[in-house]
Design a protein around this ligand. Structure first.
Ligand code: CP
Ligand code: NVA
Length: 309
């Protein structure tokens, strides 16, 4: 049976463990300049309805390094953009490809695509989730802190797609997560409920506040993301007003542990959600995060498309 990655919760703790181990192994192989091509002769279709730098390039290069090829499919060029049903697109692409990565708006679109596809579907970001980024972030944290369980993860800012996948990732791996969001910008209730069930099993605590200092207190990791996500450009000015006091700056970082990691999925807006001296400072690991997208996604494709579980 094919397996998809639509949200973090599609991967059980054994899957996550394997992804983290394989990410490290694939990263080492790459460093040693050794070739490993389990996807020789296979093709990944990449449907993009939103912009991307990291996701596009890391999937495309990752697929090439694993011996396969990736096709960039802009929704403007696909018949999808002219109204061909998602189900027909899924059935058609399943006859040519070995996997589909999709970046789109509605999570329901990704679910529908997966339902009608005979091949694995990978969520490359929707308005609700960004599981590939969260898996790469787990790998980055484990590399730096040598563990996940029991760490204190603080998220400051918008209760958005990134927050949702991080909540799920923390809950699944036993990291405590504390989120500070302005009133009206809290995470999705359904995501919190689902993650709550995992947290009860792993011992993770999920806390929600409107006070960034409370969320960041004693944190091992301080994470933030843009205030206006792709598709919310019209709300930019209103959001800048609502998020005053939620910038990750030097003063806020003093509330965290001295060696806390500063994380951001990028792209970043310096001077808005994060101060320039913090994102460009010694605690920041944002470009390690960006690099690790490549290694983690290779591990994801190996698992889903070469059937290695
Ligand atoms: N973090 C991330 O997904 O970046 P892109 O939007 O550049 O793909
Ligand atoms: N929350 C951001 C993440 C970008 C990788 C967005 O959706 O635009």
């Amino acid at each position: 049976m094919k397996k998809d990655l639509l949200t973090i919760r599609d991967f059980d703790s054994k899957d996550i463990d394997r992804i983290l181990k394989r990410s490290a192994a694939l990263k080492l192989l790459r460093k040693q300049g050794r070739s490993y091509q389990p996807l020789k002769g296979k093709s990944l279709g990449m449907i993009f309805e939103k912009s991307s730098t990291r996701t596009r390039v890391s999937f495309e290069v990752g697929m090439y390094q694993l011996g396969g090829q990736a096709l960039f499919l802009s929704s403007n060029d696909l018949q999808l953009g002219r109204g061909e049903p998602i189900a027909d697109t899924a059935r058609t692409l399943s006859r040519y490809l070995d996997g589909i990565m999709i970046r789109t708006f509605a999570q329901l679109t990704v679910e529908e695509l997966a339902r009608h596809s005979a091949i694995p579907v990978i969520n490359g970001l929707t308005d609700l989730h960004h599981p590939c980024q969260a898996l790469a972030d787990l790998f980055t944290i484990q590399e730096k802190k040598k563990k996940l369980k029991g760490l204190r993860f603080a998220y400051v800012g918008d209760g958005n797609n990134m927050a949702h996948s991080l909540i799920e990732a923390c809950a699944r791996t036993g990291m405590h997560i504390s989120l500070a969001c302005p009133a009206g910008y809290e995470p999705d209730a359904g995501v919190l409920q689902g993650a709550g069930q995992d947290a009860a099993r792993t011992g993770a605590e999920i806390a929600l506040t409107n006070d960034p200092f409370q969320a960041v207190r004693d944190a091992d990791i301080v994470y933030t993301d843009v205030w206006a996500s792709m598709g919310q450009e019209a709300e930019q000015a209103e959001r800048v007003r609502a998020f005053q006091g939620f910038q990750v700056d030097g003063k806020l970082m003093k509330a965290a542990k001295a060696k806390a990691l500063v994380m951001h999925c990028l792209p970043a807006h310096r001077g808005e959600e994060i101060a320039a001296d913090v994102i460009d400072g010694p605690q920041s690991v944002v470009f390690d995060q960006a690099e690790n997208r490549l290694h983690t996604q290779k591990a994801i494709m190996e698992m889903l498309m070469a059937g290695k579980r």
